[in-house]
Design a protein around this ligand. Structure first.
Ligand code: PRX
Length: 633
């Protein structure tokens, strides 16, 4: 993408911001001109937040992979597109130029077509962090199939829910994955899920561990047998700007995770523009984001944003502490990484291992270091700035969500002012407001409120898969005329935003989102459990951890055994990433007279803020609070 889109000074940012607010259609129309379209749009934007109806670049035709791959071949054909670093530092890394990546994507795209996948079909991807994961996303996009990536830590039950909700025709998976010293099965988990997924016709299995997994005749095919002989060219399917590009399931405060839908045109423009500006990417830079492509950060800032910009993007299979807690810093020195993006959880866990691991590496190449996915505390921010950034690099704190598709509030490389724990200013085109309880905009500074958006941006979600009403109710109904993020935020006198955290029943554990209802439903699958209530509480490394209050049917003879059973049920229904750290057995829960659980009280108990529990006289059974406090873990 042309560097004409790059903002180079703070004054220029202010100017652009103003323009983007005064005339969004002109602003985004000019940015969109930089991309390759098969047919130009009739209108830049058509919207209302009531239905909601959100259309960007309507009437235009494009294929995002033409923009992420083909467009670069002439000038960047031999430039590295993807560098893959394996879990084990002794294993060989993989590097693909733009030409090579293009060829790999086309080969898989041809295989998908041959196996019956057509435009609009859904393909679920359940893979380790290997190049084939990025290739799978792009191959789907090449032929207009809608990808739905499922993080490889989710259980078979979660896969089943997602596959069935999307009515996926195909699954792409692997025998298993490496995670530090462990090897974890994937195909076996998929097999279990597919016992109850009638829509799936075929499965492609990549061989990562040489495990020779069970293969179902006529359904399962080895990657190398269906992909390797394919042609390296595959025409890019013309897509309407508003055709879905992908579904990504994410948790909310109620019910099962919902499928956030992103579309081709707006998502392309939004991810590329924000990538270029937030990281201030220069042509010869090497960029690395440590997220997993199972989450939105990996979609937007490992795959689409960087490749649309013609960047070199690093992908890492492993974990920060294997073989030792210097692994991230070793990789930065190995490839001369210039922009680095990670999560506060990773920073805090590495901080706990001491400075020596980071001081052993030069980190000279770094220019911009980013934090994303959860609020970063002051101590972690300062450690990151001092020991990783050597007080020389810009720290950018990116606030956004699966639903927003791209970064919304953040510093832009070294051109924006930095303030520890503050994400900063909105990106051009982003119009945040803080609302009070009554839904009125708060104008003052140094105040807190509900973080909402009063205007659309190109990469925003369009709907929730198969249930538009749910999208409307979740994001556009709390405050009429606004998109509600579910976060609370504070704005200082200079207009910088600090994200405080979720104000709904969503818990963010190590940057991973879970709904309390989702975890409670999993716990309640135990025969012996009558009712449960789950809340988040502060955790020094994970940001938040999960505390479960559980009522059992009969007297528990062996608490440890019962705890184990509850943990297993959460692991089975969701995945081990969602297991509660603390489980307290109780005889009742604090409820209002209408039967609603008072989570505020449970949160105070879990947070050890007993003094600020407040008035409990309106409860159905105020005594229960004393019991809960007495039994607190
Ligand atoms: O609560 C906010 C938190 O993560 C939520 C979004 O999670 P998810 O959809 O999984 O997307 C994660 C990747 C962007 C938000 O509602 N969050 C995300 N980034 C930040 C953050 N909280 C504070 N600071 C951030 N930079």
């Amino acid at each position: 993408m042309a560097n004409t889109l790059k903002i180079r000074t703070f004054e220029e940012y202010q100017e652009k911001y103003q323009q983007s607010i005064e005339n969004p259609e002109k602003f985004w129309g000019e940015i969109a001109e930089e991309f390759q379209w098969m047919k130009k749009w009739e209108r830049v934007l058509d919207w209302n937040f009531d239905e909601p109806k959100l259309e960007w670049f309507k009437g235009a035709k494009l294929n995002i992979t033409e923009n992420a791959l083909d467009r670069h071949l002439e000038t960047r054909g031999n430039k590295l597109a993807l560098i893959w670093e394996p879990n084990d530092p002794k294993e060989r890394f993989v590097r693909y130029t733009y030409r090579e990546l293009h060829d790999k994507v086309c080969q898989l795209a041809n295989a998908l077509k041959e196996m019956g996948v057509k435009k609009g079909d859904r393909v679920c991807i359940y893979l380790p962090m290997i190049p084939e994961l990025a290739i799978s996303l792009l191959a789907c996009a090449r032929i207009g199939a809608i990808h739905s990536v499922i993080f490889a830590g989710f259980s078979s039950s979660s896969i089943m829910d997602r596959v069935n909700d999307a009515q996926a025709k195909m699954v792409i998976t692997a025998d298993g994955l490496y995670r530090g010293a462990k090897q974890i099965p994937l195909k076996r988990v998929v097999d279990e899920a597919l016992e109850n997924c009638p829509s799936v016709e075929k499965v492609i299995v990549y061989n990562r561990l040489n495990w020779e997994p069970n293969m179902v005749a006529g359904r399962d095919f080895k990657w190398e047998e269906v992909v390797d002989y394919q042609s390296k060219s595959c025409p890019a399917e013309p897509m309407d700007a508003e055709d879905p590009l992908y579904i990504l399931y994410t948790s909310g405060s109620t019910g099962k995770p919902k499928g956030v839908v992103h579309t081709c045109g707006g998502y392309m423009v939004g991810t590329a523009y924000t990538f270029l500006n937030v990281f201030q990417y220069e042509e010869s830079d090497v960029y690395w984001c440590t997220a997993d492509i199972g989450w939105v950060t990996g979609h937007s800032y490992i795959v689409y944003g960087p490749l649309l910009t013609g960047a070199t993007t690093v992908m890492f299979e492993g974990i920060p502490t294997y073989p030792d807690p210097g692994r991230f810093w070793q990789i930065i020195d190995k490839y001369g990484v210039n922009q680095f993006l990670t999560a506060p959880t990773a920073i805090r866990s590495l901080m706990a291992h001491g400075e020596n691991h980071v001081l052993a590496y030069s980190l000279d190449s770094l220019k911009v270091i980013g934090s994303v996915g959860e609020p970063i505390n002051d101590e972690a921010w300062k450690w990151y700035h001092l020991h990783v950034g050597k007080e020389r690099c810009a720290v950018v704190d990116n606030w956004w969500q699966t639903e927003t598709g791209a970064v919304m509030i953040s510093g832009l490389g070294n051109i924006s002012p930095m303030k520890p724990t503050y994400a900063g200013y909105p990106l051009p085109g982003v119009q945040p407001v803080l609302l009070n309880q009554e839904g009125q905009e708060i104008q003052e500074s140094d105040v807190e409120g509900y973080l909402c958006m009063k205007a659309p941006w190109p990469s925003m979600l369009r709907t929730t898969w198969g249930d538009h009403e749910r999208c409307k109710n979740t994001y556009f109904s709390n405050y009429k005329g606004y998109y509600f993020s579910g976060d609370g935020a504070k704005r200082d006198k200079n207009g910088m935003y600090r994200i405080i955290g979720r104000v709904d029943d969503v818990i963010n554990v190590s940057g991973h989102r879970f709904g309390t209802a989702e975890i409670e439903n999993a716990i309640n699958t135990n025969d012996n459990v009558v009712e449960s209530a789950v809340v988040g509480y502060p955790h020094p490394v994970k940001g938040q951890s999960i505390y479960a209050f559980v009522i059992c049917e009969s007297e528990i003879e062996d608490e440890a055994l019962m705890r184990g059973a509850i943990i297993e049920s959460v692991a089975r229904e969701i995945g081990r990433i969602a297991i509660p750290e603390k489980i307290q057995f109780v005889s009742g829960l604090p409820k209002t007279r209408s039967g609603k659980i008072m989570r505020r009280i449970l949160r105070k108990i879990a947070e050890d803020e007993i003094a600020s529990i407040g008035d409990t006289s309106t409860l159905l059974d105020p005594q229960i609070v004393d019991e809960l406090i007495a039994g607190k873990l």
